[in-house]
Design a protein around this ligand. Structure first.
Ligand code: CTP
Length: 408
């Protein structure tokens, strides 16, 4: 797809990779886009505005507060005119400001005014990408539907090596294309998704739970909404904000989750159980706080298997479960898929570091009931969510084809 006729804003911030934005600009204009470049004050320390002005053929925007400038443009009007906004390279500082709505220069004010798709290509040195503050800001932005690319790994400007290199221009162009042509392939679908852990009370202050953050389930809800589905999100307690547009049903215990799921099951066309339901609950939670330092034996009873119950109801919905395995992954997962009677199982190997529980990335195996198996490469949970949804659509289509062939 060419970018002919597309109006883009290219924001450049103060990273050593700012010079690479020049190559990106050349590629965008070569593909036919009209690009207005907006430089942060620090970006100008790295590359002069004249370079961008010459290559874009347009004034370069830098200053919000200089109405005398011949280049003065009203940021709201500019944001309205653009088809998409790209910030490349984006520093950790820009990610923080964008995540928190701070608007203290032209570029960040424009980001706050914009209602257009936003693509962010980060570049930063020395482990900053892994800092919890940056990780949280990226998660916030992705949760809002912003396409934040993963930086590349390799040698960094400081001489260190790690993740933080400016992504390749091809990857950025591809992300812009995707942002400009939102896929609506889930229009008409009704997704019921569960997320997060459940909490099973032991007494009024203590509970049994697990390390699920809810990121995978919330990522699925957000991706499905963007692709046109109506989404009901049944969630155990998490620190996440539900994606705007989802019907949000907060629950605490497995029994509450079961009730909520069964209540919303009837009209769902797709059910995805990403929640990590606690397997057991206290048979009788103590009515008052347990006291003392002596040995204590908890009397636990298994929780209902919501996924198996949903599958047994055979409502016609396509049913997806999740499994966390540490060993003999495929054998255990296949057995789980069959015993629960579901269509697709998304399998996490939780023995691997940096993926699965509470991580930003995931690397999963997809096993389906038609004996198919597909390994997805390690990627951000938002991308895993999209890949799972695409796989479901493909499986459903090919199952329908097989059914028609059998009936002939
Ligand atoms: N699930 C459920 N109700 C439960 C337990 C699990 O709906 N009481 C769902 C989860 O949402 C997930 C899948 O079943 O989609 C996970 O299955 P489970 O058998 O709990 O997997 P593990 O916890 O990995 O099981 P095991 O401890 O047997 O390995």
């Amino acid at each position: 797809m060419s970018l002919a006729g597309r109006e883009l804003i290219l924001g450049v911030t103060g990273s050593i990779a700012a010079y690479k934005a020049v190559y990106l600009l050349r590629e965008l204009t070569r593909l036919g886009a009209s690009v207005t470049v907006c430089l942060s004050e620090h970006a100008r320390e790295f590359v002069g505005a004249l370079t961008f002005r010459t290559l874009s053929g347009r004034p370069v925007l830098t200053n919000l507060f200089d109405p005398q400038s011949e280049d003065a443009v009203e940021h709201v009007a500019l944001a309205e005119r653009a088809d998409a906004i790209v910030v490349a390279p984006a520093t950790a500082n820009l990610l923080a400001k964008a995540a928190h709505g701070i608007a203290d220069d032209f570029l960040t004010t424009l980001l706050l005014a914009a209602r257009r798709p936003l693509v962010i290509a980060p570049a930063m040195d020395g482990g900053m990408w892994e800092h919890p503050a940056v990780v949280a800001n990226v998660a916030t932005l992705r949760g809002r539907g912003v396409a934040v690319l993963e930086p590349d790994a390799g040698a960094l400007a400081s001489g260190l090596s790690g993740k933080g290199r400016f992504p390749e221009p091809d990857a950025i162009v591809e992300a812009i294309r995707r942002a400009l042509t939102p896929v609506r392939d889930l229009a008409g679908e009704r997704l019921l998704v569960t997320a997060g852990p459940t909490r099973e009370p032991i007494d009024p202050v203590r509970y049994i739970s697990n390390r699920s953050s809810g990121k995978m389930g919330y990522g699925l809800a957000g991706a499905a909404l963007r692709r046109g589905a109506a989404v009901t999100l049944v969630s155990g307690p998490t620190a996440l904000t539900p994606p705007p547009g989802a019907v949000f049903v907060p629950v605490q215990t497995a029994e509450e989750m079961r009730e909520a799921v069964l209540q919303h099951l009837a009209d769902a066309t797709l059910v995805i159980k990403a929640a990590a339901v606690a397997d057991y609950r206290a048979r009788q939670a103590a009515p008052v706080k347990l006291k003392g330092k002596r040995d204590l034996t908890l009397d636990l009873t298994p929780n209902p298997d919501i996924l198996a119950e949903v599958a047994a109801r055979r409502t016609g919905a396509f049913i997806v479960g999740f499994a966390a395995e540490t060993h003999d992954v495929v054998a255990h997962a296949r057995q789980k898929l069959e015993s629960k009677g579901i269509d697709l199982l998304v399998v996490n190997d939780v023995s691997q570091r940096g993926i699965g529980f509470d991580a930003e990335e995931n690397e999963v195996l997809l096993l389906d009931r038609w004996s198919g198996q597909k390994a997805l490469p390690r990627m951000a949970k938002a991308d895993v969510a999209d890949a799972i949804l695409s796989h479901v659509l493909a499986l459903r289509a090919s199952a329908a084809v097989k059914k028609v062939a059998r009936e002939r």
